[in-house]
Design a protein around this ligand. Structure first.
Ligand code: 7PM
Length: 272
């Protein structure tokens, strides 16, 4: 069971985390309310498609994306969390900023998805002071430059030891194991070959004794392997999600919730 605010998530079956981006696009450029409404209606759509958790992000954690101010991130994310806090599924906030974490949790978020693994001291304190779950993700370097020349001696070992250390620190600070999820951070300072080694050896992370989240949906490694641009990566994403689950992932973070849930129904049926 994952303790996620007042939710208890049964991890005996793989769960689907649906991605809700609260970032301006051509439809919502007209203003805040359009952006909020589009994100909320997308979220309801993902719930109806079977999402077990929603991951709500105001863009600042995207690799290559330019930084967004705390105020801008709050203005994007809080109205969406407020609008969804009674939707019946746990809400995760995708942020590395302590201020955003605190406000999001106060508004009803029950999980923090931090690509920075709570390495900012205030971020750790923000989650300690709550009953929210946390996803600790590995990345090498900073989003703007991390894909330039990622380098590891032993990618699996280094990421395992980083996550082992973060789990230890976070637990010692008062976040119990039941609230912790780990994530190798596919594509965050990793070449295709690094990502493939991690996916191939994903089972190794079970040794850390906390549930594993895998985010492979539409990522560039899949584009490179399948020869598909970002609009045409559904099949590759489904293959990757199934492989991750087969190798022990408890949660998959995806854009395409209904197809992923369908694929997992087959997986579940075969795996009793
Ligand atoms: C461009 C490239 C835009 C990559 C967006 C992305 C993860 C995450 C992201 C992940 C966790 C995306 C990524 N990826 N959080 N946030 N794990 N925990 O595909 O793999 O959304 S951003």
């Amino acid at each position: 069971m994952l303790h996620c605010g007042s939710f208890r998530l049964d991890l005996s079956r793989p769960l689907v985390m649906g991605i809700v981006n609260v970032t301006p696009d051509s439809f919502s450029d007209g203003g805040r309310h359009l952006l909020r409404d589009a994100a909320i209606s997308h979220a309801h759509q993902l719930i109806s498609e079977g999402a077990d958790i929603l991951d709500i992000g105001g863009e600042s954690t995207r690799p290559g994306a330019q930084a967004v101010s705390v105020q801008e991130e709050l203005d994007r994310v809080l109205p969406v969390i407020e609008g969804l806090c009674d939707a019946g599924v746990p809400l995760s906030v995708d942020t590395f900023k302590a201020e955003v974490m605190r406000a999001a949790i106060a508004a009803g978020a029950s999980m923090v998805n931090d690509i920075n693994a709570l390495q900012q001291p205030e971020a750790l304190a923000a989650v300690v002071a709550s009953n929210a779950a946390v996803c600790l993700m590995h990345k090498q370097g900073q989003p703007q430059t991390m894909q330039i020349e990622p380098e590891y001696q032993d990618v699996l070992h280094e990421i395992m030891e980083f996550l082992r250390s973060r789990v230890g620190i976070v637990e010692a600070a008062g976040i119990k194991r039941e609230r912790i999820v780990i994530d190798p951070g596919f594509g965050f300072g990793k070449t295709v070959e690094h990502n493939l080694i991690l996916l191939r050896k994903l089972h190794a992370f079970a040794e850390l004794g906390v549930p594993l989240l895998a985010g492979l949906s539409r990522k560039s490694m899949l584009g490179k392997l399948a020869g598909q641009d970002v609009e045409n990566r559904l099949s590759a994403s489904l293959a990757a999600a199934l492989i991750a689950v087969q190798r022990g992932a408890s949660i998959v973070r995806v854009h395409d919730v209904r197809p992923t849930c369908d694929a997992l129904k087959i997986w579940n049926a075969v795996n009793i």
